[in-house]
Design a protein around this ligand. Structure first.
Ligand code: ADP
Length: 189
């Protein structure tokens, strides 16, 4: 199973990704998590990424693309993967298309989680209180929502045209959403 999960910041991608990855036995690859780990470890990649992340901007495509390329080349991705947070720009879509083509594989579905904008801000403010992520301040959160709307939302149309889109209502309890995701993906693979 080769999947992408998309949705605005706060849609619950991380939570659902973990569950989907377990269900289908594929690695969940979250670009935000990889960046944060690099920031923590102080690697050159982390140093490069941090200033963009703290501002709520996207890390440059060149940096992100090569990181994902390396990750997808690992053995555990041979039979499938779940990408969370990538692609996020049209240029990243092209790059991913190239990577998949080189390996003669294709995506099975692009899952989109939808959530009310009001609920999103509320969730992120709560997460800021519990996790203390440095990019979860209200100002940065709002900026990340804008960047998503401008740069990432258009990708939904691209994948819809390819017939890959699976849209799931992300409102409600985590378990309810998981059940909806499960049902939606059962129809795919
Ligand atoms: P969220 O979806 O809540 O914004 P993520 O953990 O997915 O959080 O991403 C956090 C930050 O990491 C983003 O705001 C961005 O700076 C960086 N990032 C993650 N994925 C990408 C990507 N595909 N392209 C560019 N930047 C990215």
């Amino acid at each position: 199973m080769r999947l992408i999960i998309m949705g605005p910041p706060g849609a619950g991608k991380g939570t659902q990704s973990t569950r989907i990855a377990e269900t289908y036995g594929v690695p969940a690859i979250a670009t935000g998590d990889i960046f944060r780990a690099n920031v923590r470890e102080g690697t050159p990649l982390g140093v490069e990424a941090q200033r963009y992340m703290d501002a709520g901007d996207y890390v440059p495509d060149s940096v992100t693309n090569s990181m994902v390329r390396d990750r997808l080349a690992a053995d555990d991705c041979a039979d499938g993967f779940l990408l969370d947070g990538y692609p996020r720009t049209l240029a990243q879509v092209d790059e991913l298309d190239g990577m998949l083509k080189e390996n003669d594989v294709a995506l099975d579905a692009v899952l989109v989680l939808t959530v009310d904008p009001e609920e999103l801000v509320e969730r992120l403010v709560k997460r800021a209180e519990s996790d203390g992520r440095s990019d979860d301040t209200e100002e940065v959160v709002r900026h990340r929502q804008d960047v998503y709307a401008e740069q990432t939302a258009p990708l939904i149309e691209v994948y819809a045209e390819r017939g890959l889109l699976v849209t799931v209502d992300g409102m409600g309890e985590v378990d309810e959403v998981s059940a909806r995701v499960r049902t939606a993906l059962d129809g795919v693979a």
